[in-house]
Design a protein around this ligand. Structure first.
Ligand code: HEC
Length: 156
């Protein structure tokens, strides 16, 4: 733990040097990240791993041993979701104020997603591709259901 405390500021300095010396970095990347950026990274991460799973499960690529780690990655990210909605982090994002107004319903949507991601990992562990595809479909429905109610169409 102590070692982490000492090395983190160093990492921060190294990161800052990288950001300020990369000419191709976009303006956005040069800004220090916000709590909403962290939330977006987690959401995008789940999306990317889902895309990878789709390629694997539709047979576009043939790496059956990649299925489980992608499923585990989605599950790990879904476990972080309850902690990425600090008050005041909605401005300029697509997070609707209803999230904080209906907090317990919103948390139940996260729990519902986590149930589907746990089932996805179990299916992937079994090696049954059909069951895994079905479980991946259930995950996607849980994503969409929450987006339908709590994600605005446009940034506010
Ligand atoms: C409990 C609700 C909820 C669940 C479940 C959920 N999301 Fe989201 N998601 C949101 C909200 C709200 C936003 C808008 C956040 C913002 O703009 O700050 C969002 C934003 C996103 C974004 C856009 C991120 C960006 O860069 O702006 C992606 C991609 C995404 N979600 C993918 C997913 C995927 C994939 C899943 C399922 C594996 C999922 N989400 C599950 C609520 C949810």
């Amino acid at each position: 733990m102590n070692r982490h405390r000492r090395t983190l500021p160093l990492l921060g300095a190294a990161g800052a040097v990288l950001l300020f010396t990369t000419p191709a970095a976009s303006q956005q990347q040069r800004q220090p990240p916000t709590p909403a950026d962290y939330r977006h990274s987690i959401m995008e991460g789940m999306e990317q791993h889902q895309g990878a799973l789709r390629s694997l499960l539709t047979g576009v690529v043939d790496h059956p041993d990649h299925v489980l780690p992608h499923a585990q990655a989605i599950q790990a990210l879904s476990m972080m979701l309850p902690e990425v909605w600090p008050e005041g982090s909605a401005e300029g994002t697509r997070a609707k104020p209803e999230i904080w107004a209906n907090w317990s319903d919103f948390m139940s949507r996260i729990t519902a997603l986590q149930e589907t991601t746990a089932a996805l990992v179990s299916a992937a562990e079994s090696g049954n591709m059909e069951a895994t595809s079905e479980a991946a479909g259930n995950v996607q429905r849980a994503c969409r259901s929450c987006h339908g109610d709590y994600r605005a169409r446009q940034q506010r």
